[in-house]
Write a protein that binds this ligand. Structure first.
Ligand SMILES: Nc1ncnc2c1ncn2[C@@H]1O[C@H](COP(=O)(O)OP(=O)(O)OP(=O)(O)O)[C@@H](O)[C@H]1O
Ligand SMILES: [Mg+2]
Length: 352
């Protein structure tokens, strides 16, 4: 069952179209991640779901209840939706404990206990309870905002870049902790992030926005492997994109004949491979890979990025360089002659 249904939502600010006909279903208990460049409408969409922004047209429903349509809107405070805004937005005149306790119904000793539990659940030390928001780091403020939203036991949790102020280690630990916390509580979640790794690992469903439009949505692995267009491909990771002539399940390109999932398409198109699909082996080994030379080796410990150049091209002016991932310890040095082979199939972009 779908918890949330967004139906043809549109919103303009003056001449600026912030949301353009957004349709999305969010299954109950799932984690949906929204990614997209700055200004693509992510925050506007979350604010609309929370009830702080209203659509020019379209509607949205939560667990079958219409929250907003052309004729009426349920006010934000009646929606039972937890919202952690991009800037945390703590009440500056309230302590950490008072901020977190703001949404709690019970008073007395239970209340203090519950606040301390919530602080613990977001890894905030109990001795911070009496501090003021301006006495906290950005990351600590984000965690207080998260605890405050959790206190309301929401039906739906909206998180707008909640980990952006945390350093890498804490960020990944917090992400796992929050994912577990929300999953155990069975709370449907929508998270906005700029971090592609975070998006791919947190999401059950990934939605890519661009210029107010929802470009593509689906399982993160499908979007990574079969992106709708080149921009989406680059947005979700490094991509090797090149022109090819497609015929009968093969793409003829600079790398020779590469298998493709083309759904019967024939003709000229752009194809994409992820760098981890390119493999280098020693030039002297048996194989049918393209001959190439390593021109650069960028060693980064457990992985190594190689730049390789095809050197058996008939047309030397059309020499192409490719990025290839290799395990750090076995990567051939610059100047090595190698063979370049492909793992799996290339993806063909739909024609515009
Ligand atoms: N209240 C407002 N008045 C006018 N324009 C607005 C308003 N809120 C947002 N916009 C515009 O709508 C567009 C979408 O803004 P939004 O904040 O939703 O982007 P975003 O995807 O969250 O970006 P970021 O990644 O930078 O947070 C932008 O062009 C923005 O300038
Ligand atoms: Mg935003």
């Amino acid at each position: 069952m779908n918890a949330l249904e967004l139906i043809s939502l549109s919103k303009s600010f003056g001449t600026q179209k912030a949301l353009d006909n957004i349709c999305l279903s969010v299954p109950t208990g799932s984690r949906t991640v929204i990614v997209g460049p700055s200004g693509s409408g992510k925050t506007t969409l979350l604010r609309m779901i929370a009830g702080f922004e209203f659509p020019d047209s379209g509607s949205l429903t939560l667990n079958g209840q219409t929250l907003v349509d052309a004729t009426h809107a349920v006010p934000a405070y009646q929606r039972q939706i937890g919202y952690v805004p991009q800037d945390g937005a703590l009440f500056p005149h309230m302590t950490v404990a008072a901020n977190i306790g703001f949404g709690l119904a019970d008073s007395g000793s239970n209340r203090t206990e519950r606040i301390l539990q919530l602080m613990d659940s977001v890894s905030l030390d109990a001795n911070m309870a009496g501090r003021w928001p301006h006495e906290l780091s950005g990351g600590q403020q984000q965690r207080v905002a998260l605890a405050r939203a959790l206190a309301q036991q929401p039906r739906l949790m909206l998180l707008d870049e909640p980990f952006s102020a945390l350093d890498t280690g804490l960020r990944s630990a917090m992400r796992k902790m929050v994912a577990r916390l929300l999953e155990n509580a069975g709370v449907t979640t929508i998270l906005v992030t700029h971090d592609q790794g975070e998006a791919l690992s947190f999401a059950d469903q990934l939605a890519v926005m661009r210029a107010g439009r929802l470009v593509q949505s689906g399982h993160p692995m499908d979007l990574y492997r079969y992106p709708e267009d080149e921009q989406t491909a680059h947005f979700l990771g490094e991509a090797v994109v090149m022109p090819a002539q497609i015929e009968a399940g093969w793409a003829n390109c600079d790398l020779g004949a590469v298998p493709v999932n083309s759904n019967g398409f024939k003709g000229q198109a752009q194809i994409m491979l992820r760098p981890e699909q390119l493999q280098v082996t020693d030039a002297s080994t048996e194989g049918r890979g393209c001959h190439a030379v390593v021109t650069e080796r960028d060693f980064a410990g457990n992985t190594c990025t190689l730049t390789v150049e095809l050197h058996s091209q008939a047309d030397h002016a059309a020499r192409r360089s490719f990025l290839v991932r290799s395990t750090g310890m076995h990567a051939p040095p610059a100047g090595s002659a190698v063979q370049l082979s492909i793992l799996g199939a290339a993806h063909v972009f739909a024609l515009p």
